[in-house]
Design a protein around this ligand. Structure first.
Ligand code: ADP
Ligand code: MG
Length: 405
């Protein structure tokens, strides 16, 4: 049995036209002789009636601090509606379908109600369904813990559901259908001449996902990598191949194997930079311990004698500042910052990349506030208001609009 997982994102399911397209992709998979296993997200983006954010708002209007169990139960409703509606779309076209919650699909998670991790998948029910005539339409983003309570997998969690099901059921492919034509050299909403990559390696896409390319959840890529699940990222609206992700990346025309210098440029908005004036080493350790205990994850970390600099997301600023104040540490806070990252497995050992980045940003008069690098990426902290110009300048500097494939 050739199982293929087809995941449809929220924007693809919000309107009748998108659902029609989704149904066509599902029917095509069946016509090719595969058994489609469909995974869906909640319909629409922020502001849509059944979007996850709307449901969270609804909960908060009713109660300031809802208990995790109830909040997860409500948040999971968005996907339930999607699964039922898409099943109806299929029924109307003569395809028998069955909507299933995460629990019904056998997805068992850890106990947390928010950001739970998938522990195991009891696949008997799905396998039985796949062997029959009905197409299973599974809600993404949710599962149940051992106690049977509804849990959620965090923002973008439907990608994780899709790849985890693909791994458990040994699917031949996991297709991530979305509103852009694949993994692109930058967010096409910001860089209009961004190009879709025909192929990408797991490590390229993992880096891009971790550094802000929203198109797939980094955890989904990790699972795919671990279990060797091939992924395709494609547009719901186009009949194109999109981006194929596997370990074996073909060389592009005119390219020496494995030498694509730069794969893309990503960004993360809404960052805050903290400079903590800490001298004595005991206090330094205490500071990092207190931040960790307050669930503050920090990034772009530079330690100097007497001064520690790091960044965190805007939503963690309050708790971080409070924590440092309690330790009587003098701090400075810079807000409304963003991180832009140039990513490319091919940059390893290639001189002149930093020069290009510095020149491109300098040419736009954009100050670099901090940097960090690994062998396959270079990140710059800049002001959020400069993001659009920075991305476009870097994209141009590395000629990514001409990137083949
Ligand atoms: P879905 O609802 O299908 O899960 P998402 O909003 O989670 O869609 O992800 C798709 C969005 O990711 C695109 O609309 C695009 O604006 C954004 N994006 C950011 N960076 C990239 C990138 N490098 N390649 C493709 N899309 C990107
Ligand atoms: Mg998504």
């Amino acid at each position: 049995m050739d199982i293929i997982v087809q995941k449809f994102g929220g924007t693809s399911l919000a309107g009748a036209e998108g659902r029609e397209k989704a149904a066509e992709h599902i029917m095509e998979a069946r016509e090719r002789g595969s058994r489609p296993l469909v995974v869906v997200s909640a319909m629409g983006r922020e502001g849509s009636p059944y979007a996850t954010d709307t449901l969270i708002k609804l909960a908060r209007e009713e109660c300031q601090n809802p208990v995790g169990q109830t909040l997860a139960f409500l948040m999971a409703c968005g996907e339930n509606i999607s699964a039922a509606v898409l099943a109806l779309t299929l029924e109307a076209r003569g395809i028998e379908a069955l909507p299933l919650t995460g629990g019904m699909a056998g997805i068992i998670t850890t106990d947390e109600h928010k950001e739970a991790m998938i522990r195991s998948i009891r696949k008997e029910n799905l396998l039985k369904l796949l062997e029959g005539k009905r197409v299973p339409v599974v809600t993404g983003f949710q599962g149940v813990n051992e106690a049977g309570e509804v849990t959620t997998l965090g923002r973008g969690g439907s990608d994780v559901t899709a790849v985890a099901l693909g791994a458990a059921l040994q699917a031949s492919l996991v297709e991530i259908y979305t509103d852009v034509s694949g993994l692109m050299t930058a967010d096409p909403r910001i860089v209009p001449d961004a190009r879709s990559l025909g192929r990408a390696s797991y490590s390229e896409i993992l880096q891009m996902a971790q550094e802000g390319a929203r198109v797939i959840h980094p955890r989904a890529v990790e699972i795919a990598m671990e279990y060797g699940v091939p992924i395709a990222i494609r547009s719901t609206y186009e009949n194109r191949q999109g981006t194929l992700v596997s370990n074996h990346r073909e060389p592009f025309p005119g390219e020496k194997r494995g030498r694509r210098l730069i794969s893309g440029i990503t960004h993360v908005n809404g960052l805050v930079q903290i400079t903590a004036h800490v001298d004595c080493s005991e206090l330094e350790e205490e500071m990092f311990k207190a931040l960790a205990e307050s669930q503050v994850s920090i990034d772009l970390i530079n330690l100097f004698p007497g001064k520690k600099i790091f960044t965190l997301p805007r939503c963690k600023k309050g708790v971080a500042v409070k924590t440092l104040k309690e330790l009587k540490i003098k701090t400075e806070v810079a807000q409304e910052l963003a991180k832009v990252t140039v990513i490319g497995a091919g940059m390893r050992g290639v001189p002149g990349i930093m020069l290009k980045i510095v020149s491109a940003l300098k040419g736009e008069g954009i100050p670099i506030l901090q940097t960090a690098d690994s062998h396959i990426n270079i990140s710059c902290l800049i002001r959020e208001e400069h993001v659009q110009r920075a991305l476009r300048a870097l994209h141009r500097a590395f000629s990514l609009e001409k990137q083949e494939g």
